[in-house]
Design a protein around this ligand. Structure first.
Ligand SMILES: [Zn+2]
Length: 188
């Protein structure tokens, strides 16, 4: 579920951190973007309880005690691995074992409920579930930014499906500036 990044933004200001880029991604990808690089410095929301709880609140996910940073980090690593290599499913599949989907129907059709016994795994599992949904819907459009120094990921919703960069104004421009004949077309 897309949501405003309000709580995270407030928490980042409190800490004096720069704002988080690329906050328009679906949950399964947004988990990956809880870390980013700005001005050569790596930032990671999951390093801190307050920032992690702010992110969970913005995403309308359940927190737990202790704050489930470790579970979210494991899920993040697993999804990043399977995006880097779609055949590398072992880690995601192992973590999916923490829960299951329970189905019901209502007047409009099918309803899926996450069924995760361990509260520490509920948020991470919701992210994994969303990643599975995205992978089923658009398997070729879940990507890491083509800048090797950038750690952001995105779902390519462009018409051509050839988006390379987290942002054209950031990584895209920097890359193009390094190349003289920039006939390389990328959509953002
Ligand atoms: Zn980038």
């Amino acid at each position: 579920m897309l949501g405003a990044d309000d709580a995270v933004t407030a928490a980042l200001v409190t800490r004096g951190w720069p704002s988080r880029p690329l906050v328009d991604q679906p949950l399964g990808i947004d988990l990956l973007n809880t870390r980013w690089v700005a001005g050569g410095v790596a930032y990671d929301l999951l390093d801190h309880d307050d920032l992690t709880e702010a992110w969970l609140a913005d995403r309308e996910l359940e927190s737990a005690r202790p704050v489930p940073r470790q579970q979210l980090r494991e899920a993040r690593d697993a999804v990043a691995a399977v995006i880097a290599d779609p055949a590398d499913c072992a880690a995601v599949n192992a973590l999916l074992g923490h829960g299951r989907v329970r189905l019901t129907v209502d007047e409009r059709g099918r309803v899926e409920h996450d069924d995760v016994a361990d509260p520490r795994w509920r948020a991470a599992w919701a992210c994994l579930h969303d990643y599975v949904r995205l992978r089923a819907a658009t398997p070729d459009r879940l990507r890491k930014c083509a800048n090797p120094d950038c750690v952001l990921h995105f779902q390519d919703t462009s018409r051509t499906g050839r988006r390379l960069w987290c942002s054209m104004t950031g990584c895209g421009n920097r890359f193009k500036a390094r190349r003289h004949h920039s006939r390389s077309r990328a959509n953002s």
